[in-house]
Write a protein of this length. Sequence first.
Length: 94
Amino acid sequence: MPDGSARSAPGRPTSIPGPADRIVTLRACLNRDTQPIGFHVTQKLRQWPPDFGIGSYAQSVWDPKVVTLGLRILQHLGFYGIASVEFKRDDRTK
């Protein structure tokens, strides 16, 4: 959106300002009934390229909100299989 808002169309990445350590990722495997078989949450500490890239240094974290939101998105889509859902905390919306 022209005003710099963090909103965008579903499935369309939005650039949110801030360092890589504001990014958390849910990696999950869901069965054909969209129930999780397993999942893992990581927090990026560094990425390459720095502004929009792959995590080059990350740590495992427990973040129940990320798990809940990520699984809700995947289940709403009827997704099954291996997935990765990335979130970035936006300091402008505290």
